[in-house]
Each structure stands twice: as structure tokens, then as C-alpha cells.
Design a binder for this molecule. Structure first.
Ligand SMILES: [Zn+2]
Length: 391
């Protein structure tokens, strides 16, 4: 199927085109133009009514939604998650595992792998993000401390055989985890510093081994002290590290978000949701492995009060981040798509609006409300009839 999207502001990789049009053939963007669109046969025309066309969101760190989670190891659960994310503008994502038994992590990855080849009405799975279990037990946040361990050769051998991990998050301060940073770097798997007591020097060393990302910056890491710059000091100052951020205004204060933006710039940050199974669901109690979390007024906590993931969606994350920084969408769009694609080596095929790239596109209004989501040239979500442009 071919699609011609007309009457739209297009945020391309190099410029914003006012009153533009864009032609999709099968799964690819093939022409981007300005002004009067061409007269074509056998195309489905999408009148964007002045909405903005931008790259679909790429969420590298997301555990669940709609009462499902990656750790359920259910292909149907992943399908429901993918559908929900697409309604919020996500076109591709990494289902994210967490600290658990070897068997349950393996099962979750096996399910994600079989889901990758499916064509469905939702965001595409690009692989898996393995968050934990090789963390620091003192910085677990909502990760279950009972299953925290050091990097295990046997376990990783079996998981590498699945060939599905794109991103692996671990604590870098342990010597026992260092071989895995090197091994991942060799295999083209991105490594992120997570749930860790790492000092500035630990991070420096880990970067030499291949570390290139920081998991939910500010959360579950050592803070910036003027005599002890910590992981936050390393993230803010080291260009080798891309910084994930949960921009929900709960995990991080808007001013701290702005500090991160000013230090890392438009290429250095990745918005993530870190959403758990309660995303898209009403307030209440939900299971997390063998424990219970409570969701109240958008805040997710363990019984002891610890923040336990979010119910954030990527559209809201971008909206919050624009408000926190005071920047325009034209300046900031990369933080929700291209930077994530770059981080996992996907930017040659997706993450920005360019000819020959995958047609992973969304139509949004100025408040980042999503009206259409296209994944690899297929419209998987659409509610353009609900859009009423100001006359
Ligand atoms: Zn997480």
C-alpha cells in the first residue's frame, strides 16, 4: 500500500517543512516535498489538516502496559503492550526484562524473540533490553534484591544464543561484571550503567570497556557532589554517554531535566517511559514479580514508598520535557526517536524522517497529542476525525 500524507508540517532530519507532503511506498519513505502534492494513482491520501509529522517514538526502556509485562513471557501480552504504545506514538520499542530468576528472564526473551517477526497493529519490537539482574543490591529501586547477582557466564551464554538483546543495563562498579561490558561491546550490544553505586572513576573505567549509556539518569545512581561527582557527574560531562531520562515530573524535577538538557544537548539524551504493567490502567494494586505495587494519582510505589517504575507514556514524556526545557519541538524531537535509534545501532533504518528510511511516522498537534501512528508504512492507529484545527 502507498500513502500520501498531505497538508503537514514535517520535521525531517535537517529542517522543518511547512505545508509539506510525504509519500510512502510499502514500508519506506520515498519522497518528501513542499507545497502542492503530486497527483498519484493507487495511493491512500491522508489529509493531515496542518498537524505535525514527526518520527515515531522509539522507547528503549519499557516493561509493560495494560496489565501486561515483558516478564509475563506472553506473546499476546506483548501484542497488547505494542498496541497501547502505538496509541501514544511509539513505533518501535525494546521490551525490558528485570531482575528475576534465570528461567524467567530466558522465557521473557524467548517470547519477545518470537513476537519480533509478527506483523500486528502496534509498535514494532526491535529486540530486548535486559535491565538487571547484575546490579547493586543497595540501589535496586523496584528491582527485586533477592535475585540480584554478578554477571554469570553460563546464564549469559544461553541468553546470547537467543540473539535478541540490544541493550544491557548493569552495575559497573563490580569487577565481576567487567567481562560482560567488553563482551557486549564486541557483540554490538549497547551497555548502560544501572542501579549502581558507581563513582565518577568507575564510570570512566567502564567507558573504556565499552559503556555508552546511563539508565534513568538521576534515579538509582550516585548523585553529583562537588567533591565527589558520582555517576551523575560522569553522565553530565562525558560525551561518550547517552543519558536516559524518565520525564514524568515524578522521578526527576523539571529543573534537573533542564540541567541534563543543557549539559547533554540534543544528541545526548534519550527519553524513556520505564512504564510498568499499570500504564493505561486505573489506580490500584498490581503484582510485580512476587510483590505488590500501588498506583495512586500517577505515582507507582512499593509498600515501603520506593518509586517502582512509571505509568508514563512517550507522548507525555516529550510534552513534559518540552515544558521543562522551554524548547520547541523542532529543537528537541531527537530525544524521543533518533537518539534512541542511534544508541542501539538502528539509525540507518529508523529514528528520523529521511528518504529510504522506514516509514515510522506520527501526526501530532502542538501539545503532542497523537492522531495517527504509522509503523513501517502501515497505519496502526488513527483518530484524525477527532482533530478540530483552530480556524
Ligand atoms: Zn526499568
Amino acid at each position: 500500500m502507498n500513502h500520501l500524507i498531505t497538508s503537514t508540517h514535517i520535521i525531517t532530519s535537517t529542517q522543518t517543512i511547512e505545508d509539506g507532503w510525504l509519500l510512502v511506498h510499502d514500508d519506506k519513505i520515498i519522497t518528501i516535498g513542499r507545497g502542492e502534492p503530486p497527483e498519484l494513482h493507487a495511493v491512500q491520501v491522508v489529509d493531515a489538516q496542518g498537524l505535525t509529522l514527526m518520527p515515531g517514538f522509539v522507547d528503549l526502556h519499557v516493561h509493560g502496559a495494560m496489565n501486561y509485562e515483558a516478564m509475563d513471557a506472553s506473546v499476546d501480552g506483548l501484542r497488547q503492550m505494542a498496541k497501547f504504545y502505538a496509541q501514544h506514538g511509539v513505533t518501535s520499542f525494546l521490551p525490558t526484562t528485570w531482575t528475576d530468576t534465570r528461567g524467567r528472564i530466558h522465557a521473557a526473551m524467548t517470547a519477545a524473540k518470537s513476537a519480533m517477526s509478527e506483523i500486528w497493529n502496534g509498535a514494532k519490537i526491535l529486540g530486548v533490553h535486559m535491565e538487571g539482574p547484575y546490579l547493586n543490591v543497595d540501589y535496586t529501586g523496584a528491582q527485586n534484591p533477592d535475585y540480584v547477582r554478578h554477571a554469570d557466564h553460563d546464564e549469559m551464554k544461553a541468553l546470547f544464543e537467543l540473539d535478541v538483546i540490544r541493550l544491557l543495563a548493569l552495575a559497573t562498579e563490580f569487577e565481576e561484571n567487567h567481562w560482560l561490558i567488553r563482551e557486549c561491546a564486541q557483540r554490538g550490544i549497547t551497555v548502560s550503567s544501572a542501579h549502581s553505586s558507581a563513582t565518577y572513576e568507575d564510570i570512566q573505567h567502564a567507558v573504556e570497556l565499552g559503556l555508552s549509556q546511563a539508565t534513568h539518569t538521576y534515579n538509582a545512581m550516585t548523585g553529583l557532589h562537588h567533591r565527589n561527582p558520582g555517576t551523575v557527574g560522569a553522565v553530565l560531562t562525558m560525551p561518550e554517554i547517552r543519558a536516559e531520562l524518565i520525564a514524568d515530573n515524578i522521578h526527576v524535577h523539571p529543573v534537573a531535566m533542564k540541567v541534563l538538557w543543557q549539559c547533554k544537548g540534543k544528541d545526548g539524551m534519550i527519553l524513556i517511559s520505564d512504564a510498568i504493567r499499570a500504564a493505561g490502567m486505573p489506580d490500584g494494586d498490581y503484582p510485580i514479580d512476587d510483590r505488590v505495587i500501588n498506583v495512586k494519582n500517577g505515582v507507582v510505589r512499593l509498600p515501603d514508598g520506593t518509586l517502582a517504575g512509571s505509568i508514563l507514556t512517550m507522548d507525555v514524556a516529550l510534552r513534559n520535557f518540552m515544558a521543562a526545557t522551554g524548547e520547541s519541538l523542532e529543537k528537541i524531537w531527537q530525544t524521543s526517536s533518533l537518539n534512541a535509534a542511534c544508541a542501539i545501532g538502528e539509525s540507518h533504518q529508523r529514528g528520523s524522517i529521511e528518504v529510504n528510511k522506514s516509514a515510522d511516522l506520527i501526526l501530532v498537534d502542538e501539545n503532542i497529542n497523537v492522531y495517527l501512528t504509522m509503523v513501517e508504512g502501515r497505519i496502526v492507529y488513527e483518530r484524525l476525525n477527532e482533530y478540530a484545527p483552530a480556524k
